[in-house]
Design a protein around this ligand. Structure first.
Ligand SMILES: *Cc1c(COP(=O)(O)O)cnc(C)c1O
Length: 384
C-alpha cells in the first residue's frame, strides 16, 4: 500500500456508494436566483434565510468599511486585528442577546472547536445531542474529555448521563435548530436538566439566530433560556459569515487566554464586522420583522403543499425543510430532475445523515416569492 493506493481506495468506496461529493461553481447570486453553467436556477439550497446577503444596506456597509479600514485586519485580534469595528459589533451583539460579552470568530466551525477545546479537559464530560453539527461532535471527540451522546432531543437520557459520577465538570451541548432535520431542541427542558446539576449548557444557534424569536434573538430567547455559552453564526440568517460566542465577563477573559483559534488566527476583516453590524440593524428592525413574517408564510405554504407527497417530512417549522427520500441514488435522481426544471436543491447523503435517510435538503428564504414555492411543489408532484 502506498499513499496513492489509500487515496484511490477511499475515493472508489465513495463512488461505489453514490456518495462522492463534488462542488459546483456558481457564477452569480446567492439569493432567490443563482446562475451556474450559464443557467439560471431558483435557489432552494441557500442558508441565507432572510435574503440579507443581497441587502443594499449591508453591501454598502461592507464597502464603506473597506474604504475606512482596508480589506484585511492585518493580524490576530491579540496583536492588531481587533479594531473599533470589531469592538462595536461585539458590544451590539452582547446587548442584543443579553450577555456580558461577545467574542467574534471567523467561523462557527472554529468557534465551536475553540470553545470546546479551551473548556474541557480529561476529567470532564461532554454530553451532546447525537445530531449535533460536525463541528461540535468533532471538537468533542478530539477533546480528552469523555464524550457521551444522547438520543436526539431525549432529555430523559440526557439527565441519566448527567447523573453518572464524574471527577471534573460537565458540558451539555445542543443546537437551537438542527441543520439536517430543521427541527428544534426542547431547550427549556434541556436547560432544566442541565441546571439540576453543576453542568453548563452550550447552545449552537446557527440556524435560529436572526430568524427565530422576537427581534430575531433566536431559539434561546424564544424558549426563555440563557445558556452559559451561546454560539451564533453569521453565514446563515445574517447572510454574511463569521460567528460569535456569547458568555459572561470571566468566560470571555478565559477564552481570550486559552482559545487557540482566536490567538493564532487572523481576525475577520473589519469591513466584514461593519457589514455584520448593518445586518444586525436590519434584523432588529421592521425590515427584519417583515422578512421573518414572509419566511414563515412561505414555510406554511410549502408544508401544506407537501402533505400528499410520498416522502417523509420532519417536524420542522424552520426554513430547513427536508424531504426524506431514503435511498442515495433516488435522492440524486430527484435532485437532478428538479435541476432540469431549474430548481436547485441539494441531495444530502450519508455520512452527513444516517444511512437510509438520504434527503433533499430544501431551504426557503425570505427572498423567495409564493410563486417559487408553487413552482417547486409542482415539479415535486409531477415526478410522482
Ligand atoms: C453551519 C453551522 C456551523 C458552522 O458555521 P460556519 O460559520 O459556517 O463555520 C456550526 N454549527 C451549526 C449548527 C451549523 O449549522
Amino acid at each position: 500500500m502506498t499513499w496513492q493506493h489509500v487515496i484511490d481506495a477511499a475515493l472508489e468506496q465513495r463512488r461505489a456508494a453514490d456518495a462522492l461529493r463534488r462542488r459546483c461553481t456558481v457564477e452569480q447570486g446567492t439569493g432567490r436566483w443563482l446562475t451556474m453553467d450559464g443557467r439560471r436556477f431558483l435557489n432552494f439550497s441557500s442558508n441565507d434565510y432572510l435574503g440579507l446577503s443581497q441587502h443594499p444596506a449591508v453591501i454598502r456597509a461592507w464597502q464603506q468599511g473597506a474604504e475606512r479600514f482596508g480589506v484585511g485586519s492585518g493580524g490576530s485580534g491579540h496583536v492588531i486585528g481587533h479594531t473599533a469595528a470589531h469592538q462595536a459589533l461585539e458590544s451590539e451583539l452582547a446587548d442584543w442577546l443579553g450577555y456580558d460579552r461577545a467574542l467574534l470568530f471567523i467561523s462557527g466551525f472554529s468557534a465551536n472547536q475553540a470553545v470546546i477545546s479551551a473548556l474541557t479537559g480529561k476529567d470532564d464530560r461532554i454530553v451532546a445531542d447525537k445530531l449535533s453539527h460536525a463541528s461540535l461532535l468533532e471538537a468533542a471527540s478530539l477533546s480528552p474529555a469523555q464524550l457521551r451522546r444522547f438520543a436526539h432531543n431525549d432529555v430523559g437520557q440526557l439527565a441519566t448521563l448527567l447523573g453518572k459520577p464524574i471527577g471534573g465538570q460537565q458540558l451539555v451541548v445542543t443546537e437551537g435548530v438542527f441543520s439536517m432535520d430543521g427541527d428544534s431542541a426542547p431547550l427549556r427542558a434541556i436547560a432544566d436538566a442541565t441546571h439540576q446539576t453543576q453542568a453548563w449548557l452550550m447552545v449552537d444557534d446557527a440556524h435560529g439566530i436572526g430568524v427565530m424569536g422576537e427581534q430575531g434573538r433566536g431559539s434561546c430567547h424564544l424558549h426563555s433560556i440563557k445558556p452559559e455559552i451561546l454560539i451564533v453564526t453569521f453565514g446563515k440568517g445574517f447572510g454574511v459569515s463569521g460567528a460569535a460566542v456569547l458568555c459572561s465577563e470571566t468566560v470571555a477573559d478565559y477564552l481570550l487566554q486559552f482559545a487557540r483559534h482566536l490567538i493564532y488566527s487572523t481576525s475577520m476583516p473589519p469591513a466584514q464586522a461593519v457589514a455584520l453590524s448593518a445586518a444586525l440593524q436590519v434584523i432588529q428592525r421592521a425590515d427584519g420583522e417583515g422578512r421573518r413574517q414572509k419566511l414563515a408564510a412561505l414555510i406554511t405554504r410549502f408544508r401544506e403543499g407537501t402533505a400528499d407527497l410520498p416522502f417523509k417530512v420532519t417536524d420542522s417549522t424552520s426554513a430547513i425543510q427536508p424531504l426524506i427520500v431514503g435511498d442515495n441514488r433516488r435522492a440524486l435522481q430527484l435532485a437532478e430532475r428538479l435541476r432540469q426544471q431549474d430548481c436547485l436543491v441539494t441531495a444530502i447523503r450519508p455520512p452527513t445523515v444516517p444511512t437510509g435517510t438520504a434527503r433533499l435538503r430544501l431551504t426557503l428564504t425570505a427572498a423567495h416569492e409564493f410563486a417559487d414555492i408553487d413552482r417547486l411543489l409542482e415539479v415535486l408532484h409531477a415526478g410522482e
